[in-house]
Write a protein that binds this ligand. Structure first.
Ligand code: DX5
Ligand code: ZN
Length: 229
């Protein structure tokens, strides 16, 4: 598949019904989601705990498209094979999660998954300067990771720096945290192509009333596309 830098909306199932992941994934895809974003939290790297590889494997058959797994865990290397076996397409690890992010990205690529690297708001763009050849996606956190529904932190300058650094390389810039129709134009204008959104996608809808998911996804997409360069 050729590299696609068009705007993609990746709803985070962190904001969905945890007792109904399969149906929630099917509903957001039917309502226009491009990717499904899966937030793994360990209660150590971040304060909250969500779920692990077994739940990812259970979710996988309910996703037709891309399963984008965001690992907010430390250590990470010892779990990479399990998350790859669970069927992830993208596995994203944090620069801040350990001393050897280069090795982590090599290990992710070795499983056949696409390798993502995430940057907390306090981490500079330079942290990935020597990782570009090992990276398929750079996730710019626009909240401090650990919870959904937090206020957006403007990282436009960092996104622009990364966009210039990437050049023509086939690397996605993903934004995670506080994305809604008001903040989406800022990140799209700066050069991001994958927009994760939890609360702003799932609000007002449910598996039995999924139409609001579609309205929310279309509103974020339209706002982003209007500003995308
Ligand atoms: C935060 C997670 C995000 C989160 C986004 O730690 O990585 O994916 O679910 O949620 P919203 O869109 O509600 O900020
Ligand atoms: Zn995430």
């Amino acid at each position: 598949m050729s590299f696609d830098r068009s705007i993609k909306i990746a709803p985070s199932i962190l904001a969905s019904d945890f007792a109904n992941f399969g149906a929630e994934c099917a509903a957001i895809e039917a309502q226009g989601a491009d990717w499904v974003h899966v937030d793994v939290m360990d209660g150590h790297f971040v304060p909250a705990i969500t779920f692990g590889p077994a739940t990812c494997a259970a979710i996988r058959p309910h996703i037709k498209g891309v399963m984008d797994v965001h690992l907010m865990i430390s250590p990470v290397d010892s779990y990479i094979d399990a998350f790859a076996a669970a069927g992830a397409d993208f596995l994203t690890a944090h620069v801040e999660a350990g001393p050897h992010i280069h090795r982590t990205l090599q290990a992710i690529r070795a499983t056949g998954c696409k390798a993502g690297v995430a940057l907390n708001p306090g981490t500079p763009a330079d942290a990935v300067a020597h990782l570009l050849d090992l990276t398929d996606l750079i996730c710019v956190m626009t909240v401090n990771p650990g919870f959904g529904g937090q206020k957006f932190i403007d990282m436009s300058a960092k996104i622009k720096t990364l966009r210039a650094m990437i050049g023509d390389r086939p690397i996605h810039i993903e934004i995670d945290g506080g994305v809604d129709p008001l903040t989406a134009p800022l990140v799209a204008q700066a050069g991001a192509d994958v927009l994760v959104a939890g609360s702003a996608v799932f609000k007002g809808g449910s598996v039995s009333n999924p139409a609001p998911y579609g309205e929310n996804i279309r509103a974020i997409r339209a706002a982003a596309e209007g500003a995308y360069v």
